[in-house]
Design a protein around this ligand. Structure first.
Ligand SMILES: [Zn+2]
Ligand SMILES: [Zn+2]
Length: 543
């Protein structure tokens, strides 16, 4: 065990003790032991008790713990505190910029126990009003967390794609005589990406050396701004073939069953094998191959097909921007309508709306709508909480007055499959609900969703005319895109919703569109691809 490792244990001990409100005097002694031990050059593990006690800032208790480490490989006190602390909390302590003081507030006051939940809390604007936090801290934590996720091996697509494109451009400029393209998971628009994969005809070693020269410190692995980079070098005649193989699922490749031959361009493969070109993100299933051969590929949804923005929050509940700011921004970005859906009254942690606050919001929505002369419309929606027994938190009479009701689970997420299904199905069968919000509550790379039986839930939605949300927050992307084909087959429409808590977050929809394309969604089957008048008709039909 190196001196650094030993020192780090004392540092961690100080941090976890602070989390658990231990004696500040003790905490300080461990923190200062960390500071002095890491500077010692002779190996601590070989020192005698006497030599150890001569080190400045190292008292009897600390000497005892170093000897315990030497003899048992363990520090029982540290272990005890570690056992009392959720793994995600310990993980948060390791992230740059996260001291025990901050972590403790988030744990105690917001009940956050993983980095992913904390990132969501930043995105949903929950730190702004916390004592000792505020907008600046929230923004700083959010970008640290995004970087943390992107650089720890696996990244959410949204937090790596800009860097990938930036690197691609640099490489294409530097190796201008060669072919350089993105490949693999990132080209397939997978929601989670392991590395920036590059396919090139350039010399891989030279390219690696160039990428390394871009960072200041000597890197342990090839990376760009902390994101892992993988380079595959290929002969020009095989470039198309290799790109084809790297940009599809195993199932797709098996069904396509194309011999590995020299093709410099991917398009030629499709032409020669009598297949219509399949976009890389849709090269997922055997069905995609069949459709390609039969010339019956779906016309996948695009960003331009998105005409309205559904499921949004304002300052009425936990959003950052006012109703007026949300609607002006949405309108200025060329959309035709906005469905507001602030939190309902059971969501106390998010300032959920009591009935009289809802009525005030409706009055303001009427005013805002009257102020537009181009037909842009704000709809009176709500994100209503599905309670523990599957009932909704407003009475039927009140709930029926909303124009659009998104029904979501936000509390008591620990459920077995039977309970989760029962709870969701009861909400789906409620005649006053219209859209099922974030179906499993999952957070990618952070929190598994509640264990729903997707087929059962999709069947219930089909039977009750319920629309399923594809929550486009890059951490959620919930429902999972792999279930989209099943929903479409059963005639269930999908709504690609940003769940925006900040006006700029309406652009999360683009991430939803990407995964929706993987699932084969077309604009005909997407609720918010309806134009203003068709959407108005849909709302009117809800009664
Ligand atoms: Zn929600
Ligand atoms: Zn929401």
């Amino acid at each position: 065990m190196s001196n650094k490792e030993i020192a780090r244990k004392f540092n961690l001990l100080g941090k976890v003790m602070e989390l658990h409100d231990e004696n500040p005097f003790k905490i300080r002694s461990y923190t200062s032991a960390y500071a002095s031990l890491r500077k010692v050059s002779a190996p601590l593990i070989e020192m005698s008790e006497e030599e150890l006690s001569e080190i400045k800032g190292v008292g009897k208790a600390i000497v005892g713990k170093i000897i315990e480490l030497r003899e048992t490989g363990n520090m029982a006190t540290l272990q005890r505190y570690v056992d009392m602390t959720p793994a995600g909390i310990l993980e948060m302590l390791q992230i740059r910029g996260f001291g025990p003081k901050k972590v403790k507030v988030m744990w105690n006051q917001l009940n956050i126990t993983t980095p992913g939940e904390l990132l969501l809390a930043c995105q949903e604007n929950r730190l702004v009003e916390l004592k000792g936090f505020g907008m600046k801290t929230q923004t700083a934590l959010q970008s640290q967390l995004e970087f943390y996720f992107a650089s720890r091996g696996q990244a959410h697509y949204a937090y790596i794609i800009d860097e990938a494109n930036e690197l691609l451009k640099l490489l294409q400029d530097k190796f201008a005589q060669d072919l350089v393209e993105l490949t693999g998971e990132i080209r397939r628009m997978m929601p989670i990406v392991n590395a920036i994969e590059i396919l090139t005809t350039a010399d891989a070693a030279q390219m690696e050396a160039y990428i390394s020269s871009l960072s200041e410190e000597a890197p342990e692995m090839i990376n760009y701004k902390g994101f892992a980079v993988e380079i595959t070098q290929v002969e020009e005649e095989y470039f198309g073939m290799e790109q084809f193989e790297k940009s599809a699922s195993k199932e797709f490749l098996e069904e396509a069953d194309i011999e590995y031959e020299a093709y410099d361009e991917e398009e030629t493969i499709f032409i020669e094998w009598d297949m219509a070109y399949v976009d890389p993100e849709y090269r997922e299933s055997a069905i995609a191959v069949e459709q390609s051969k039969a010339g019956s590929l779906p016309e996948l949804i695009t960003d331009e097909d998105m005409l309205g923005v559904v499921h949004n929050h304002s300052t009425y509940s936990d959003g950052l921007h006012s109703l007026r700011e949300m609607s002006d921004y949405t309108r200025d970005n060329g959309f035709q309508y906005l469905v507001m859906s602030d939190h309902s009254k059971a969501a106390f942690y998010a300032d959920g709306l009591k009935e009289d606050q809802v009525e005030a919001q409706w009055a303001e929505i009427d005013e805002i709508n009257a102020s537009y002369d181009d037909g842009f419309r704000v709809y009176k929606g709500i994100e209503a909480d599905i309670l523990n027994d599957g009932s909704m938190d407003y009475g039927d009479d009140f709930l029926s007055q909303f124009e659009v009701v998104v029904a979501s689970i936000h509390s008591q997420l620990n459920m077995d499959s039977e309970k989760a299904n029962r709870r969701l199905i009861k909400a789906i069968e409620n005649p006053h609900t219209h859209i099922l919000g974030h179906m499993t509550g999952r957070l990618l790379l952070s929190r598994a969703g509640y264990p729903v039986d997707h087929e059962l839930i999709i069947d219930a939605c089909a039977a009750n005319g319920m629309i399923i949300e594809l929550n486009a927050n890059p951490q959620r992307l919930d429902m999972d895109w792999t279930w989209i084909p099943s929903a479409l087959e059963k005639g269930v429409m999908i709504s690609i919703n940003p769940d925006a808590h900040v006006r700029e977050s309406i652009h999360y929809m683009k991430y939803g569109v990407k995964v929706a394309r993987k699932g084969g969604l077309t604009k005909e089957q997407c609720l918010n691809s309806k134009n203003a008048s068709d959407f108005a008709k849909w709302v009117a039909s809800l009664g």
